[in-house]
Design a protein. Structure first.
Lengths: 292, 511
């Protein structure tokens, strides 16, 4: 616990800020930070923000986009909140990327507390933890939206919104980003899903560009085909397994829904699902089944 | 003049002989006193007995009356000493002559001299049989409890007057006819039917497996998904009580006064659903004079804990030992008592405090900290002791309509038939072992003998252990569940498919 405290807190003045940050009207006079401040970490940056109540879909999108972003040596900036923020930081670190976390509290206040390990890991892997507040400042309801302007201002490529409800902090970030004339990208979601209402609205209203792949964000990069499915062996399936794969190609389902669609006894379907799971043909998370 | 009447005292589920000594002395200042570690209820016996005797048209003696409940160092509780004390006094003043043959007297008196329903009569009957005492005199309301015990005469008493007439030979009380236990234990139709529960195929199957093997089960799902309804419907598919089990349950119910007036054996498996504000003592048992808790009242039946994480942390942790051992040992200053607690735990919980975590249609309003705290209560050792883990998804109303038309769910009667057959296989399997009735009771050492796996099943199991990082305990639980699934299909050996199905109900770490 609290291993990150061994990194000293340093202060940086406004004159040494990256250009993008200096430009905004409500720029802080100084920033507190832990880690190594270098110009190159701010060179090529993308802010990823999104819902605290991240769903599996959001997680999937992050893990789908991240490898290409890291290959392009892009620094990921986010807000250190649970949900999409933490997932973006963590995924970036796992792939060996650099990440910057902008806190809504002082640097000595760990919030949320379950991110203790993440805090240390960001520093260990040469990332940055930044805050405009005094080190012992406790996060308040207004400090989170306030720090969002820094998240947005630090991004050079733009802001990617992964999942957001209609009344969410992510939309506040979006508003700020628009004010700062940043490019904005939103991942479309399923109609009817609460965590997609905000992102879909952004796309619909023209505020954000629709991001279905990293290509949409970077514009010119080479398209990497999704290689995962090439390795899966979908031959040699039994009849029931074939039926299950057919259903899963269209949508993810629960076992109950499978029973209803395929009309086989639940014991048989459970058995088959377990067997397919062991062969890594499918993934089971919470109560849903997905093709892997 | 001194008389001695035989009665009993309960210490936990054990019964002991108590001799009620009544002395009516002509000399000395008139008075009425009870000695022999009597509780408040026993102290009050004096007033009830005095009034009841007067209201039975007998003159209450103006003399010094001393009652001694021997042995004097054993704490006595309850209102059952009214009858022996009253009979002792009446016989001491010569209003009736007690027969030579030994008999037990037990029962609470009403002020008008009639006898009221008294708890513990079933235990008295068992004591009488053990001690070789032929006759017991108990309230008519409670006499049915005793009538299932063989080789004793149970005399149902309406009031003091009729008992006096009986001893005077004026009008004899007829002893109850002994009742055949197996006759009582015939089938009972369930109140809730499984076919009424729409959708939830997987949950129904899991409950069937749980009931067939006596496995503990945990259900997690958003509000309105039908967890509570499923659990209640489960009461209807529980296997019939065997004779031995019924006697065990009746003992506990008689002790706690849970048998209604006129009732006899408990025929249905208990289904207890205590509220989550229940105290630890209420749940586990205890008190300065130890009483059984909900887990003992659920002995051989189901303990349904709805809103599982809302129970006090201490209460949940205290469940661990009884879940493993099947009994609970309560030690207090007054002594240490063991109550049986071989119950099937059915626990239900929401995924988070607001209930909508992971629900695609509704927003979860909980903070990460709240969710973490909520799920912390579910983690670890207690979850490790639950065999079947299940997520109950929210039911789509549209699907319900389709489902109703096309697939008619099985009725409870059909399911129960399969379960009873699986139980029969199990009781045959474990007949040489005293404390093991179902697959879930098996200890790890029994698995080698009773749960033989086919080679493929063994291989699959080993793969699964690696893939899902199963603990040793969950590994053994998996085998037990597979054993039950195989029993439901009447397969002597556990096959690959059985293990595969059991895997669907493993502990989930990804929730």
């Amino acid at each position: 616990m609290n291993e990150w405290k061994k990194w000293p807190i340093k202060i940086i003045e406004k004159k040494d800020f990256p250009k993008g940050l200096k430009k905004i009207s409500d720029c802080p006079e100084k920033l507190y930070y832990r880690g190594n401040w270098s110009d190159e970490i701010f060179e090529n940056t993308l802010a990823i923000v999104g819902s605290r109540a991240m769903t599996r879909y959001g997680k999937e999108i992050i893990s789908k986009f991240m490898p290409e972003l890291i290959v392009q040596k892009i620094t990921i900036i986010s807000g250190f909140m649970y949900g999409v923020d933490s997932e973006a930081h963590r995924d970036c670190l796992d792939l060996g990327g650099k990440t910057i976390a902008v806190l809504g509290s002082g640097l000595n206040e760990l919030y949320p507390s379950q991110n203790d390990k993440l805090y240390s890991e960001i520093l260990e892997k040469n990332g940055l933890i930044i805050s405009e507040y005094e080190p012992d400042f406790k996060a308040t309801i207004w400090s989170f939206p306030q720090r969002n302007r820094i998240v947005s201002a630090l991004s050079t490529i733009g802001v990617l919104i992964v999942e957001a409800g209609l009344k969410s902090g992510s939309l506040i970030t979006a508003k700020l980003a628009l004010k700062q004339k940043k490019r904005m990208f939103a991942v479309p979601g399923q109609i009817g899903s609460k965590t997609a209402e905000g992102t879909n609205w952004l796309i619909q209203s023209g505020g954000a560009k629709m991001a279905t792949s990293v290509n949409d964000i970077l514009g010119n990069s080479i398209h990497c085909p999704d290689q995962q499915n090439l390795f899966k062996d979908y031959s040699n399936l039994s009849d029931l397994e074939k039926q299950i794969v057919e259903v899963l190609e269209n949508e993810e389902v629960t076992i109950d829904e499978l029973c209803m669609k395929i009309r086989s006894p639940v014991s048989e379907i459970s058995t088959t699902i377990s067997m397919m799971l062991m062969r890594d043909l499918i993934v089971q998370e919470n109560d849903k089944i997905y093709l892997s | 003049m001194l008389t001695k009447i035989l009665s009993m005292a309960n210490i936990g589920l054990k019964t002991e002989n108590v001799e009620v000594e009544v002395n009516v002395a002509d000399k000395g200042f008139p008075g009425f006193g009870i000695v022999g570690l009597a509780s408040k209820a026993v102290e009050e016996t004096k007033e009830r007995v005095k009034t009841a005797i007067i209201n039975s048209d007998i003159e209450f003696p103006t003399a010094k009356i001393t009652i001694n409940l021997a042995p004097a160092d054993l704490a006595k509780e309850g209102s059952g000493y009214d009858l022996p004390v009253a009979i002792g006094i009446i016989s001491a003043i010569g209003e009736l002559v007690l027969p030579k043959e030994k008999a037990y007297f037990y029962g609470e008196l009403s002020l008008d001299g009639s006898l009221r329903h008294t708890r513990g009569v079933f235990l008295l009957a068992l004591l009488a049989k053990e001690e070789g005492v032929k006759n017991i005199f108990v309230p008519r309301m409670s006499a049915n409890e005793a009538s299932v015990v063989e080789d004793i005469n149970v005399y149902p008493v309406d009031n003091l007057k009729s008992l006096i007439r009986h001893f005077k030979g004026e009008k004899l009380i007829e002893a109850l006819k002994p009742v055949n236990v197996t006759e009582i234990l015939s089938d009972i139709t369930p109140e809730f039917d499984f076919s009424e529960v729409l959708g939830q195929q997987q949950a129904k199957r899991a409950l069937e497996i749980a009931a067939a093997g006596g496995h503990n089960i945990f259900m997690m799902g958003p509000p309105g998904s039908g967890k509570t309804m499923l659990a209640r419907a489960m009461a209807g598919i529980l296997p019939n009580l065997t004779e031995k089990e019924s006697l065990e349950v009746t003992k506990i119910y008689s002790l706690t006064g849970n048998i209604p007036p006129g009732g006899s054996l408990i025929r249905q498996r208990p289904f207890r659903s205590p509220h989550h504000t229940t105290s630890q003592i209420g749940l586990i048992g205890g008190g300065s004079n130890p009483h059984p808790g909900e887990i003992s009242l659920a002995h051989r039946g189901v303990l349904f804990l709805d809103e599982f994480p809302e129970f006090g942390r201490n209460s949940l942790e205290a469940l661990r030992q009884p879940l493993e051992d099947g009994y609970v040992c309560v030690s207090r200053a007054a002594g240490s008592v063991t109550f049986p607690a071989q119950f099937m735990l059915v626990a239900a919980a929401n995924p988070c405090p607001c209930g909508h975590l992971g629900d695609p249609k509704k927003d979860c309003k909980c903070s990460g900290y709240q969710i973490l705290n909520y799920q912390k209560k579910l983690s670890g050792p207690i979850m490790d002791r639950i065999d079947l883990h299940l997520t109950v998804p929210a039911v789509d109303v549209n699907n319900l309509m389709i489902d109703k038309e096309k697939v008619k769910g099985e009725s409870s009667v059909e399911i129960k038939k399969r379960i009873n057959e699986a139980r029969k296989i199990q009781s045959e399997r474990f007949k040489s072992l005293a404390h093991i009735h179902s697959n879930s009771d098996m200890k790890n050492s029994h698995l080698k003998e009773f749960a033989k796996l086919s080679d493929e099943a063994n291989l699959l199991l080993k793969q699964a252990v690696n893939k899902f990082a199963l603990s040793a305990r969950s590994y053994f639980r998996l085998i037990k569940v597979a054993r039950t699934i195989a029993d439901l299909e009447k397969s002597e050996i556990i096959k690959e498919v059985h293990v595969a199905e059991a895997l669907q109900y493993r502990v989930r770490n990804d929730g």
